[in-house]
Write a protein that binds this ligand. Structure first.
Ligand code: C5P
Length: 234
C-alpha cells in the first residue's frame, strides 16, 4: 500500500518548510503547499520541496474564467506538482479547461498528468453561508451536486470533509480519488477542526489520501508522529 499521508507544510517560511520536509519525507506520501507558504515563498518552494524527491500537492484552489484557470494549471504542471486544487463552483467549462490544460502541458513537458482535485463546499460554510450567496440547496445537496458535476467534467479527484466520505463514495465512480483533511489521532487537540475522523476511520470510510497538518507539524517529534499515523493505517 502506498503511503496516503499528505503532510501540510502550513508554516510561513522557506527554512521552516524545508526543515520539516526533510525531517518527515520518508514517513509521508506527499507534501501540501498552500496559500500561506506559496504566497510568502513563491514557486521556488515547490521546486525545492520537489528536489527532496517528495510529491507535491499545490493547494491554491484556482477559481477564475476558464482561460485563466487553464493557464494557472499549466504553470503548476510546469512546476512538476502531482496534485492541485480548483473550485468546482467555477463550473463545468472551467473544470474541463483545467483538465485539458493539465493533459496538454504534461504531454508537452514529458511529465505525468497531475491529479486535479475539485473543492466543493468549503467546510467553513453552512446552509446560511450558501443562502447568503444565493444558493438554496443545503450543504449536503450542494456537495453532491458539485461532486457529480466535477466527475462529469473529467476531474479524477475531490477534496472532501471526513464526514462526506461515505455519502460521496456511494454516488461516485470507484476510480475517483478522495482527499480529506480534518484528521485527528486523539493524541492532540482538535484545534479549530469541528468534524474529525481518525486516520484509520477515514481510510475505512473511503479516503484515498489524508491531509494532516498540526498533528504532524505541531508535534514534539513530527517524524515520529507521521510514522505513528502510517503504522495505524498500514
Ligand atoms: O492542521 P490541520 O490538520 O487541521 O490542517 C488541515 C489542512 O487541510 C490545512 O492546510 C487546511 O487548510 C486544510 N483544509 C482543511 N479543511 C478543509 C480544506 C482544507 O482543514 N475543508
Amino acid at each position: 500500500m502506498r503511503n496516503p499521508i499528505i503532510a501540510a507544510l502550513d508554516v510561513p517560511s522557506v527554512d521552516q518548510a524545508l526543515k520539516l520536509a526533510e525531517q518527515i519525507a520518508p514517513a509521508v506520501g506527499a507534501f501540501k503547499i498552500g496559500g500561506e507558504l506559496f504566497t510568502a515563498a513563491g514557486p521556488d518552494i515547490v521546486r525545492r520541496v520537489r528536489a527532496t524527491g517528495a510529491a507535491v500537492f499545490l493547494d491554491l484552489k484556482f477559481h477564475d474564467i476558464p482561460n485563466t484557470v487553464a493557464k494557472a494549471v499549466a504553470s503548476a504542471v510546469a512546476l512538476d506538482v502531482q496534485m492541485l486544487t480548483i473550485h468546482t463552483s467555477g463550473g463545468g467549462e472551467m473544470m474541463r479547461a483545467a483538465e485539458k490544460s493539465a493533459q496538454a502541458a504534461a504531454t508537452a513537458l514529458g511529465l505525468e498528468v497531475p491529479l486535479i482535485l475539485g473543492v466543493t463546499v468549503l467546510t467553513s460554510s453552512n446552509s446560511e453561508t450558501l443562502a447568503e450567496i444565493g444558493c438554496e440547496a443545503d450543504t449536503e445537496k450542494q456537495v453532491s451536486r458539485l461532486a457529480q458535476l466535477a466527475v462529469k467534467s473529467g476531474l479524477r479527484g475531490l477534496v472532501c470533509s471526513p464526514l462526506e466520505l461515505v455519502a460521496l463514495r456511494a454516488i461516485l465512480p470507484a476510480h475517483i480519488q478522495l482527499v480529506t483533511p480534518g484528521i485527528r489521532t486523539g493524541a492532540e487537540k482538535a484545534d479549530d477542526q469541528k468534524r474529525t475522523l481518525s486516520p484509520r476511520e477515514a481510510i475505512e470510510a473511503g479516503a484515498s489520501w489524508l491531509v494532516v497538518g498540526r498533528p504532524i507539524y505541531a508535534a514534539e517529534n513530527p517524524r515520529a508522529a507521521a510514522e505513528k499515523i502510517w503504522e495505524s493505517i498500514s
